[in-house]
Design a protein around this ligand. Structure first.
Ligand code: SF4
Length: 467
């Protein structure tokens, strides 16, 4: 497809999985660190078609190891708005997955890449990766005039780059915090992940970014301007059917059409009944814990177990693929800073558990009176210790739990009272002999069926005698 690239480059390689034993090296990911960043800059700050590698290229890396990886794409063009940065950044995922033998997962500072042994043997190196990105941006966007790529693999340079990238992500996310869904004239949709989750539609509103965290409402608006027929589209909101759950007539109509009828309704601010679909790129998962009637949150970087005994990876398998999973939801971390964050379910006041690192990261967004009451992996490793912690700290869910428990006790007592007279009657029958005759020839007990209808049997002892 591309001249000068030693491997094929085509959308047919999207979804190609490179498993353990098949990769030459890993870049970023859980065993190392990394980030990606796309920026829209003035023309004079971008050196067109230039690829710079700061640190070792793949052929200077040891087979089977994981290395730090930073990917910086600088873009300039006519009338490009900085609001497009998130959209351009998300494109990195797709363009890199077009390269035969290159696997890219996740987004922002959670990226994870692998390069296959076969493609390495064919000569694939990092400067080719940069060249592919440059060609793809120019091919897809007429307005893009200059693209430059810098790839960092030197550990110190990657550290500096990650810091810089995080400060840009934060500035981008902060721009939207003053806007409300009620004030927006339209919402946006993103269908980019339909390539692997066919019924998934991200509904992007000012108070709810796409699950990957990379596409916000402002980015949606900018993307529609430069590519009106692209994967990001406009959703006419229509009538608001439920302001608490976040149900809109126009959103329902749109998801019905784009999911081929698989999804009928979407509640934008709830985990239950008709939650938003999840693709697989989400930064975190919110999951209902019925035993404490609360909500747990786990993010992609957390490698331990949640108190329900499942790690992020197992939960992700249950939630992803473009389905609506009642009680489970893939979300962007920025959504947890939104005033609409699961508002129909109690928002932060229903959150009972989250990893310590995530809790610290979101400290400013968590109501101060609640902060100490949310357990982390250090406070609760299973459901028993979680329940104990919540009772000790008097978490808001405890009030409901106590009410539920006392209701159950009252109902049990009522049941006992109702059952007593029957018990007396039944106790009058002191023995019910059941005799089974064995077949003399085979010594096998014949098949039999006992049907007890509307029966309650109380017995102190059952004796089965073999004759
Ligand atoms: S997670 Fe949503 S917003 Fe992000 S790329 Fe996928 S569909 Fe688009």
């Amino acid at each position: 497809m591309f001249e000068g690239i030693p491997v094929d480059v085509s959308p047919i390689y999207e979804g190609e999985r490179i498993r353990k034993g098949q990769y030459y090296v890993e870049l970023a990911g859980p065993k190392s660190k990394g980030a990606e960043l796309a920026r829209v800059l003035p023309m004079e700050e971008v050196e067109d078609e230039k690829v710079t590698i700061i640190g070792p290229d793949i052929d200077q890396m040891e087979e089977g190891k994981a290395y730090p990886f930073g990917l910086y794409v600088k873009i300039a063009g006519d009338d490009l708005e900085t609001d497009l940065e998130g959209v351009f950044e998300r494109k990195i995922h797709y363009y890199l997955n077009y390269i035969q033998g290159f696997m890219h997962l996740n987004s922002r500072d959670l990226i994870w890449c692998r390069i296959s042994k076969d493609s390495f043997k064919k000569g694939l190196r990092l400067h080719h990766v940069g060249k592919v990105l440059i060609k793809m941006y120019k091919k897809e966007f007429n307005a893009v005039k200059k693209v430059e790529v810098i790839i960092y693999t030197d550990p110190k340079e990657v550290d500096k780059f990650i810091e810089e990238a995080r400060s840009i992500y934060e500035k981008r996310d902060a721009r939207l915090r003053g806007l409300k869904d009620e004030d927006a004239d339209v919402f946006y949709s993103c269908l980019l992940c339909q390539s692997f989750a066919p019924s998934h539609i991200c509904v992007i509103t000012p108070n709810r970014p796409g699950g990957c965290g990379a596409v916000t409402w402002l980015e949606g608006r900018a993307a529609v301007k430069i590519d009106p027929n692209g994967p990001i589209g406009v959703i006419e909101k229509g009538k608001c059917l439920d302001p608490v759950k976040g149900e809109y007539e126009g959103v329902n109509r749109y998801v019905q059409e784009k999911s081929g009828g698989k999804i009928q309704r979407v509640f934008l601010y709830s985990l239950f009944d008709n939650p938003h679909t999840s693709c697989g790129c989400f930064e975190a998962i919110a999951f209902y814990i019925p035993e404490v009637d609360g909500i747990g949150i786990v993010h992609r970087e957390f490698k331990g177990m949640t108190p329900i005994g499942l790690p992020f990876s197992t939960l992700a398998g249950q939630v992803g693929g473009g389905v609506q999973s009642n009680g489970f939801l893939g979300i962007a971390i920025e959504y947890m800073r939104s005033p609409k964050f699961l508002q129909a379910d109690g928002g932060w006041y229903r959150v009972v558990w989250m990893p310590k690192a995530l809790k610290e990261r979101l400290k400013a967004a968590i109501p101060s009176e609640l902060y100490e009451k949310i357990a982390t992996e250090e406070d609760a490793k299973d459901l028993d210790s979680l329940k104990k912690y919540l009772y000790e700290k008097q978490h808001p869910v405890v009030k409901k739990l106590k009410e539920k428990e006392s209701k159950e006790v009252t109902e049990e007592k009522k049941e006992e009272k109702v059952q007593e007279p029957q018990k007396e009657v039944i106790q009058q029958v002191q023995q019910i002999p059941v005799t089974m005759q064995a077949q003399p020839s085979t010594q096998i007990v014949p098949n039999f069926t006992i049907i007890l209808k509307n029966a309650k049997i109380y017995a102190e002892k059952i004796i089965i005698k073999k004759k």
